[in-house]
Ligand binder design. Sequence first.
Ligand SMILES: [Zn+2]
Length: 298
Amino acid sequence: MTNNNPPVCDYEGSDYQKSFWDQGGREYEDRTEAIALKRLLPKSGRLMLELGAGAGRNTPRYVGFERIVLLDYSRTQLEQAQQRLGTSDKYIYVAADVYRLPFVDGLFDGATMIRVLHHMSDAPKALGQVKQVLGPGGTFILEFANKLNLKAILRYWLGKQKWSPFTLEPVEFVELNFDFHPQAVFNWLRELGFNTEKVLTVSHFRMGFLKRVVPTSVLVFFDSIFQWTGALFQWTPSVFVKSVVGGTSSGHHSLTSIFKCPKCGSANLLEKKEYLECTNCKSKWELKNGIYDFREPI
Ligand SMILES: [Zn+2]
């Protein structure tokens, strides 16, 4: 298999949940995201893949789904998610690289990727992996950071920013932090065979002084109305896209064999007590404290 995988932004050991969300003044962003998700999520589903689940902030919002796979590159983020959500059959915790997903093709009927594409130096490759593991009729909810936002446009016009918000290529404004042009994202999704059904713009009022002066509930209310303008134009820092894979779901897929070896692609993995062993290439993938680890074989 390839060793030329794009670099991964690793949140290992990070207190991101606490410093960014819980104490970072991000209630407005969190609540507007919840509204967007509610508007885009299918009413029900069998198996959801949450890519970049982190500490599980959004996971309880996937209410209609029977089971949820929380995937993150960082083990410590998944441990925080375990503490938040508990260990039950409903949640499957997986440490893995988005560029080498360890799942058999067509497995999921839903997938979300929120605040994750932001860290992808090869976005089309990551999106292609998602397409591969979604079954016919599967729903994909993608959030991306928008380079064509009003603040970037103004800064560009005032000469305070060198890069153009109007061109299709991503901008890496900090190492492994990328903003994308909406049209570029729509093009990638279409080329991969997704049909885009809905676009919502989120965080219209992500401005420090507004967040200080105006009550959060008021900002959230107006954002929830403005989200619908995303169907027409996208000038916010955050954009949500709901896309669907063509075809209709066969309705059943065995949950006993959801994994494939990310090294050789074989779906023949033997489950041992503390690892899964690939019968083809003999790689062993750790299973420890309820977390499957497909980052590097043991
Ligand atoms: Zn293998």
